[in-house]
Design a binder for this molecule. Structure first.
Ligand SMILES: Nc1ncnc2c1ncn2[C@@H]1O[C@H](COP(=O)(O)OP(=O)(O)OP(=O)(O)O)[C@@H](O)[C@H]1O
Ligand SMILES: [Mg+2]
Length: 392
């Protein structure tokens, strides 16, 4: 089939042609949105946790898209270990303020802008002024104590009050939240905790996305985090959703699949969203005629596997030292895709104590290859990594 019209989109954060199987979460979000707009009332904040490549970023963008058109105040950042969240978030909020001044009557934004400017200048000490798209009278003493947790909580409150007044909500999105420093996670928890406490919770919604280790990291930061968020694990797609994700995009181009070709492709992709896009793309390019045949899937499936091996698994494998690879091998052979107890990894690697593995374990976690779903247990962060490791 003509590669120029290939509809599939393997990669990171690329909007899939058909966003399959996420209706429940999108419906839940519509409810939150309507509650904010119609009642001026907020709901619990969310955490989207899931393995690499399951579609967390794509979902965040989808939520963002739903409300930016409706004039909500929105900010989205990606946490990194090298930049404090306070800085990246304050910068994203500058953009949010500038957008808001273009969309809403400036007099009703004055207080927010004044409080935000003081908040911003306190955090960005090297800066003297910040341009928010309107004349602003600095409002001191609300969100500028210099303690990020308190200031963020105070800012959220003013954001919420302004949103109620304007009949909108505020949406703050942080991707890769597991990368944020523990003190930043504490600050986020504190601020999210505060906005829920009024008689009417303010319509400020925080959505954090990250690896499956994120709920435990948030709970380590403040113990009430377990109840603070609505945790929404993002997993592999159901059989029906996977079928829709694969069939939908080609159907939009008027191209069909023979039933056995489709079954074979779905078996290769295993419900993993990134694989579905990779398999779809390579099978499309390999296909000679419409409908797509099992033979096309054999050829395309092989190139898809190569792309995924090279693009996803090999770079991770090569980042590991020989000692770390021993742990990865033990993890793959003992657990396959499932999590494995450290004590079993000790046996499988021929070591004596759990502490013999702790250096390798910690380094592998830091490199993002594995995570601890719970204490004393290890699992891969990428679906299908065990198969790759076994093939090495
Ligand atoms: N619901 C879906 N249906 C079909 N394809 C999807 C779906 N969700 C995501 N994808 C595709 O999967 C790939 C990965 O998506 P995305 O980058 O959002 O994952 P992620 O969970 O953010 O990964 P990471 O943890 O590495 O950041 C993209 O190619 C995207 O188009
Ligand atoms: Mg992502």
């Amino acid at each position: 089939m003509d590669p120029a019209t290939n509809p599939y989109r393997p990669g990171a954060g690329r909007r899939p042609p058909v966003l399959a199987g996420r209706e429940p979460i999108l419906d839940a979000f519509s409810t939150v949105r309507r509650r904010a707009e119609e009642l001026g009332e907020g709901d619990r904040s969310w955490v989207l946790n899931g393995l690499r490549g399951v579609g967390k970023t794509v979902l965040l963008n989808e939520l963002l898209g739903q409300v930016t058109q409706r004039g909500w105040i929105t900010a989205k950042v990606e946490a990194t270990s090298s930049t404090p969240l306070s800085l990246s978030l304050s910068q994203a909020l500058v953009r949010a303020m500038r957008t808001a001044t273009g969309q809403h009557p400036v007099p009703r934004l004055r207080r927010l802008l004044g409080v935000f400017e003081a908040f911003y200048l306190k955090l960005n000490t090297a800066t003297q002024t910040v341009s928010l798209g309107a004349d602003v009278d600095l409002v001191k003493g609300i969100a500028d104590t210099g303690r990020f947790a308190d200031d963020l909580a105070a800012l959220f409150e003013v954001l919420g009050e302004t949103a109620v007044d304007l009949g909108i909500g505020t949406l703050i999105l942080v991707d890769e939240l597991q990368e944020a420093a523990p003190s930043d996670l504490t600050a986020v928890n504190t601020a999210v905790h505060q906005i829920g406490q009024g008689a009417t919770p303010l319509p400020v919604m925080f959505v954090g996305a990250g690896l499956p280790s994120l709920p435990a990291q948030l709970a380590d930061a403040t113990s009430y985090a377990e109840r603070l968020y609505d945790y929404r694990p993002i997993g592999l797609l159901s059989a029906d959703a996977a079928r829709t994700a694969l069939l939908g995009p080609s159907a939009e181009r008027g191209v069909g699949w023979e039933p056995d070709a489709l079954d074979q492709a779905l078996a290769i992709a295993g419900g993993y969203p990134y694989f579905i896009q990779a398999v779809g793309k390579h099978v499309w390019d390999a296909a000679v005629t419409d409908p797509i045949t099992a033979d096309d899937v054999s050829v395309g499936g092989e190139s898809a596997r190569r792309e995924v091996d090279e693009g996803l698994y090999r770079s991770r494998w090569e980042r590991a030292t020989p000692a770390q690879r021993d742990v990865l091998r033990a993890l793959a052979t003992t657990g396959g895709e499932a999590a494995v107890a450290m004590s079993d990894l000790v046996v499988a690697t021929g070591k004596r104590r759990v502490s013999d593995l702790s250096v390798a374990r910690n380094e592998l976690i830091k490199k993002g290859l594995v995570y601890a779903p719970e204490r004393g247990v290890l699992a891969f962060t990428v679906p299908g990594m065990s198969g790759f490791v076994t093939r090495q």
